[in-house]
Design a protein around this ligand. Sequence first.
Ligand SMILES: [Ca+2]
Ligand SMILES: [Ca+2]
Length: 482
Amino acid sequence: MFLKNTHLFSILTIALFSVLLSCKANDQKTNPPNVLMISIDDLNDWIGILGVHPDAKTPNIDRLASEGILFTNAHCQAPICGPSRASIMSGLRPSTTGIYGQIKDQHLRNGSSVMESVRFLPQYFQEHGYKTIGVGKIFHNHAPEGVFEVSGGRVGGFGPLPEKRMKWNKTGTSTDWGPYPDQDSLMHDFSYAQWTEKQLQEKHDRPFFMAVGFIRPHVPWYAPKEWFDLYPADQVTLPSYWPNDFDDLPEIAKRIAFKGMMPTTDWAIESGEWKNIVQAYLACVSFVDHQVGVVLDALEKSNYKNNTIVLLWSDHGYELGEKGSFGKQTLWSESTRVPLIFKLPGTKQNKKIDQAVELLDIYPTLLDLTGLEENLTNEGKSLVPLFEQRGDPSAVAITTYGKNNHSLVNSQYRYILYEDGAEELYDLTSDPGERNNLSQSIELDAVKKSMQNHLPKINLDWKEGSSHNINEYFIETSKQKL
Ligand SMILES: [Ca+2]
Ligand SMILES: [Ca+2]
């Protein structure tokens, strides 16, 4: 009797689960969820909930993560704005498109058979009945024409800017730091949050794909003084730095790391500016977190609260002196690791997933979550199965900088292979700061070989319209500095 009842119970449970699943599938078809995508520019892993920087205050991003699913080992496809965003929006790797450098939105498709037929993420939603709405920096500038039916545009640049730079005056970068302007309402990100809030108060006759792209903490590190006051400079925690870290690195790694126009860590130490730089970066992080909070609160108060998927990502990380300089555009963790959070409507998951994943996975994940048909050109994978299953420690995330420079990371190792054959290998379990290059260790040959199996098979030449400046810069810098 007991066995029979157990059997009956199992059948009923399976039947109920099947009904629930089919209800969910039907519900997705008849009442598909909205998508609210929040992107942040140059935000590294210094958010409170990741615990990497002990001072970082990001209560709103932390709230989203604690109600959703936080990927703690997420990596960008390119450690620089334009190509990272082109990859997220196209669902294709930089090595597949040849977009390794900065590119204007209107040039994304030009002269490239791969890109001509690509359907960008918002467009795919539009083709499947969604209303597309966007403001701020989503692609490299804002968006190619027509991608958003309702566009709030982008105010332009990274201002507002003071009459004179405060601390750093090198050409080729807008790097500078200090409290400016007086009020939040003068910041572009403030206006993007306000615009998004208004959109969430509107009545929409179709499900929407809504995107807001904030520009801080991209340089210049300006924000009103109240955000600086959260981090008194004399109490700021500095990241760790090993002056001899570069002794075991190949020449190409040094050329990529030092671009001449950015402050070096040695300069920041000598000038006493390091604490001020970290203070300014953290001030910008907390400022942008507040704008994220404005958008999340607006969603909470809206009619869309229970039927909207929220997604937050940053396009790449940033180095604040750990690797000898202040910048992005390297293949180490500080530049590749990013926050990535999904929040499903009507649930509180409070889940952390530590499998290595890629921003390339955003596109197929959103299609999966909304029940849209797969886009067969997507090179990423849906992350939805990971919401319920254990992660795969051998899964690899790939970051690419220029043609044939790839960095691969799984749960234990980071392996970097450069265009000239030079290598780096780090055991992250014993060396999370990636200081001790093990690429010459014969006993780790098998690790390198297994990583090499994941290298992209296609490595296109640089796409026309995709700026080559970074490569030219390597050559110039190598002549000057090495
Ligand atoms: Ca960026
Ligand atoms: Ca080293």
